[in-house]
Structures are given as C-alpha cells and as structure tokens.
Design a protein around this ligand. Sequence first.
Ligand code: FAD
Ligand code: DHB
Length: 389
Amino acid sequence: MTERTQVGIVGAGPAGLILSHLLHLEGIESVVLEVHTRKYIEERVRAGVLEQGTVELLTGMGVGDRLKREGLVHHGVEFRFRGQGHRIDFQDLVGRSITIYAQQEVVKDLVAARLATGGKIMFEAADVSVHDIDSKNPKIRYRGGEISCDFIAGCDGFHGVCRASIEKSLTIYERIYPFAWLGILAQAPPSSGELIYANHELGFALLSMRSPEISRLYIQCAPDEDIAHWPDARIWEQLHLRFATHDGQWKLTEGPVIQKNIAEMRSFVADPMQYGRLFLAGDAAHIVPPTGAKGLNLAATDARVLARALADFYTSGSTDVMDRYSEICLRRCWKVQHFSWWMTSMLHRIPGESVFDRQRQLAELDYVTGSRAASTALAEHYTGLPFTI
Ligand code: FAD
Ligand code: DHB
C-alpha cells in the first residue's frame, strides 16, 4: 500500500511528535512511524527536566494544560560537596525557571494532541527504511507499505535507521565516559524541594523527583556495572552516604523502588544533520551525557527549527532556514555539548584522577557556587539558552 503525505516522520519521541504537531499547526500534513507500541512509548522512563523555553513551546502549541497543572516549577538547584549544600538561585540570577515533568508525560500529551486533531501515528511499524532522499520524492518503506513524501524527518533516536542511512556523508564526534548512572524511581516523597547534584568521594549522586510522592534518584556507577549487584539496600546506603551533610541534619526518605536502570554516558554529534531531503532531529543526530538535563530540550529545539524551515518552504518557497538547518541546530548543540560535558566533568569522580585533579574539581565547584558571575552562566545554560534561528 502506498500512501502520500507532505512530511514523513520516523520516530514518535519528543522530536518527532513536537515536529508533527507544529507542522499541523502550520497546516502541513505528516505521518509518524513508530516501531514500538503506544503503551511502550508512554511508559518509558527517561528525562524529567524541561527548560523554560521547552515549557513555553509546549504551552504555545496547546499541549501545556496538564504540564501547567502537574509540573513542578523550580527556581533553583543545589550543588552539594564537602558535605555542604550551595543553592544556585535561577530566578534571582537570570529570572528564569525549570519545570519537572516526566518525558513520558510529554509524550502522552503530544500523542493525545496529535490523535485528537486527526494526526496519523503508525505504531508498531516494522522494518522501517528510507529511500530516494536525494530526489524530490523520498520514500519511507515499512513492512506492508510505503509512504511517499516531500521531506523525511529522522527523529528515530540514537539507534534509529535514519542516521545510519547517511552515515557515509557524516563526520562523527564522540566521547564515551568511563562511568554510568544507576537510576531509580522510588515511592518516597522527595527529600528536598529542589534538585541536588552531589559530588562526593564515593561518586556523583543526583536527587530529583516526579511528583510530591515519587523520587527519582541517580548514583554514579561503573559503565559495565551489573544491575544484579545493586540490591535496593545497597543503592539506599550509597545515597545516604553521598548526600550526607557535615552537620548530620539532612535526611533522605526511603521508599519502595518501582523502577531501576543503568544509563551509559556519551557525547555524540553527527555533522551535518541533513542530507538531500532527509533531516535528522534530536537523539538521531546528537547525544549528551545526562548531567545537564539537556537531551529532551535539545530534541525540542531541533524540531522547532525544522518546523520553521518546512513552514517557510510551504508558505513562501523560501529555503533559507532549510538550507541552514544543520548550521542553526549544530551551533546550539555544541554549546549544549560543552555545558553537558562541563557539568559531567565537574560533578563525577573521574577514574584515575590525580589528587591535583580532585582539588581542582572542588575548587571549580567552590568558584561556580560562590561567584555570582559563574553562577549566572550556569543558571543561563541550565534554564535554557535563548532560541535563535
Ligand atoms: P527518542 O525519545 O529516542 O525517540 C525516538 C523514537 O524513535 C522512539 O520512540 C523509538 O522507539 C523510535 N524509533 C527508533 N528506531 C525506529 C525505527 N527504526 N523505526 C521507527 N521508529 C523508531 N535526557 C535528559 O535530559 N535527562 C535524563 O535523565 C535522561 N535520561 C535518559 C535515560 C535513557 C535510558 C535514555 C535512553 C535517554 C535519556 N535521556 C535523558 C535523553 C532523552 O530522553 C533524549 O534526549 C530524548 O528522548 C530525545 O528525544 P528524541 O525524540 O530525539 O528521541
Ligand atoms: C533528571 C535527569 C537528569 O539527567 C538531570 O540532570 C536532572 C534530573 C531527572 O530524571 O529528573
């Protein structure tokens, strides 16, 4: 069966769904092909921090109602090292904030909005491949059919097929870190009103949350760590140790662990992000280590640029933004790459580091949290750089 649409989108993650809905709002048709089931993508536990610009984007698209009701707005974040907490006040420094709202909730809201407005998402699309991308009529094939379109958006994440199909024309920049994150979701009220990034002798730890009842916690572990060696009691023991304050006053509330996973840490950029009529967006083009909480936000800004490029093309025939798509996205991407690498390097114990490196790292944390100029730079990045085209 051959079907026709204007933009064929591979992947129903944040990048693909935001793009599809923005195109709809511009009167442009799209079809989204997703390899997994709706239930799977709506339940997959991943990121949780939305930059202010991402919140504004979702709200402006008409998918911000539940986000506004259930999202937790945070005006600052804490860095904890040498047994002491240091707050960075985003509101005071840059007049901006972040919102805690789980990625799968963003995905649920976007899927509901697409389906309510007649959007087409093909779940469980198997054997997806892209063809004729250097022609004016590229095609997406899947088991049982074909979609003929004007443009293809490769929003299929890091392990998708789109980037792989143009691998030969790409330059790849990559860094793999010698540690990973073990993350848990726990049925326990968050022990702090704001996120805590802790640098401890035993390794990094992060306290985050999903709701007033659910905590999201991470600890640094070895990259080849076997999750079976981390029974809940061991995880809690490490969390208590890594968050402990010198005055002994701070308390971590425990609760049943409802989800547990290990995530590798990688920086990755594919350049350029376009070839012929195929445009890569989000994790399909780049990956950041999670320490800066940027992956989802970067995926959202790519989608925003691509929607603008396609809208300009369909309304006026202008290819200005389309021709510069990769340049626009990569410029932001590299700044975010730097921030994510910097946060990662500053907060983790680096295997093999010297005693000099360790003191330098602590001095950097001392400076960042003690200097208004340095805290402002961190706050500006963390709450999200301005969107520019
Ligand atoms: P994705 O969300 O990966 O979406 C891609 C979609 O394409 C998926 O639904 C996938 O099923 C689909 N797909 C893949 N291949 C095909 C195919 N062949 N055909 C059709 N569909 C296909 N970021 C943070 O900021 N903080 C975090 O704590 C954090 N935790 C993470 C934990 C994990 C385990 C992972 C994997 C990522 C995490 N990230 C985190 C990163 C963040 O989740 C991503 O940056 C974000 O999901 C990017 O969105 P995307 O739409 O580009 O890609
Ligand atoms: C969360 C994830 C991150 O990577 C981060 O830097 C902050 C918070 C989270 O899952 O809540």
